[in-house]
Design a protein around this ligand. Sequence first.
Ligand code: M6R
Length: 607
Amino acid sequence: MCGIVGYIGSKDLGAVILVGLEKLEYRGYDSAGIAVIHNGRLVVKKRSGRIGDLYKLVNGMAFNGKAGIGHTRWATHGGVNDINAHPHVDCKSQIAVSHNGIIENFQELKLELEKSGHKFVSETDSEVIPHLIEEYYEGSLFDAVLKAVKRLQGSFALVILSSMEPDRIIGVKMGSPLIIGVGKDEMLLSSDQMPLLSHTKDVVVLNDGEICVLTQNSWSVYDFDGNPKQKYITKIDWTVDMAEKGEFSHFMLKEIFEQPEVLRRNLEYYIRGNEVTLLKDFNLRRLLLNKDRILIQASGTSMHAGLVGKYLLEKLARIQTDVDYSSEFRYREPVLGQNTLVIAISQSGETADTLAGVKLVKENGFEVLSIVNVKDSSIARESDYVLYINAGPEIGVASTKAYTAQILILFLLSLEVGLLRGFVSEEDFSRMRDELFELPGKINDVLCESGYVKEVATRFLDAKHFVFLGRGINYPTALEGALKLKEVSYVHATGYAAGEMKHGPLALVDKDLPVVFVNPKTSVYEKSLNNIEEVRARGGIIISVASSGDLKMEMLSDYVFKMPEVNELLTPLVSIIPLQLFAYNVAVGRGCDVDRPRNLAKSVTVE
Ligand code: M6R
């Protein structure tokens, strides 16, 4: 995880790097630091805490050099303290490195470097890097970096600065993301697009095994043997205001409210008249039509979207679909074959386990389709085919708008394949298309009830545990509702298939346990009513998500979040909205840092 940034140009060095780090703070936020050139020397300022704390330390200092680097940390090796914060430096404080990733052979390198007289001060794996570069330095930073990176095992993106060559910064990519921002009289390096937006729209995305050298007016890319590589500039299509909170108090809330717009955007983009255009790539279309099994691999919320996808693909396209956590998939020799298509789902496109899953499939000689938000991200680039969810930047650590956008893409995919395979009639297709276009309005209706959700949330600020239950296509909604609550409010919550309650978890129910039932009108509605009765009979407190006008649910529940009636297959897109709002409001009420929950980071780029 961690975010790294580098800048070379004539703007206020400290300010540019600190603002850049703020934009990357969602990637890790336990400590932060900068290293800049000032009076021809390296000045390093770093400390544990948030970027706000680093601002205080830097205290508006003006630096007269042109180059600097920064880092925001999510600790892996070594505790959270000032010394372990990045950037790390060599013995003479002439080389500074910001590192994102893990150096797996750092112990062995450290021993070797200590024997040669290098002195280490931190407990991190990253500190070996500046020492290794120092060891190899013979008058050319670039040559020293080339030699050093060949010794590193693991995943790393590096931004390197040296007072010996203050007219350049060097970037290295192997496993973790790194992008060059090509500006006018300035160049930048960053883990993602966000810090670049206010400087330039022109970027060069680095691939694994590439090193770049940036000066104020030039950029060049090489392989690890020092051979020049031809690279092309691409344009960022996100804007600065897309990455701002605007009138909202938190990114999570802004992103929850953006959902109608994100869905509308995707519908207008992917549906043209009587056609879904997701499979306009002939090869992708052929690939999907020739498979009789789909295997979805993803992590966290994206995996929950995949579970909804299973219901959709099986129901509409009649393709057997299995869903796996990427962290399990990658280590268990999954059965792959010519008839199986693997789909990877990832908002960031950088999740290490999901990326490893993609690589595993490719190594076995099969193709991968990915469903991704961030353009040109590692998963997007490693995959044979990509469907973008067009959700715009998602900054809150808790994924909200990406989840519904992922489900929408899975719905459209299932619909198109179903149509092509003859399982969906033209008539059904037209009806569902109309229902899809009504969705943004229906989600807006639910968002209009946010005041009530807040009121209910306020009553549960002291609850210690929650159980979330759902059946059928809303079983994943229960899992996702529970995940949202626990990650932002630190309250224990478990999601379960409603029909499984009596096989064990029913023992948990007493008068203090809030049980959230997701039970809109669907084909398993009546079955869930029985499960609600079972909980009621044992005194549990019932909060439900139910279709508007459902008097039975109103009678059975202590609190009801109402949603408009929608086609059963679309219910997960609506039923999750009140649960996102509920999690948000419980977290705010409990004083939690909603956008940056403790111990988490937005992109999990380590195993
Ligand atoms: O970027 P990805 O979709 O691959 O991320 C996967 C998970 O890390 C992510 O969904 C995580 O579970 C979220 N914090 C959940 O809100």
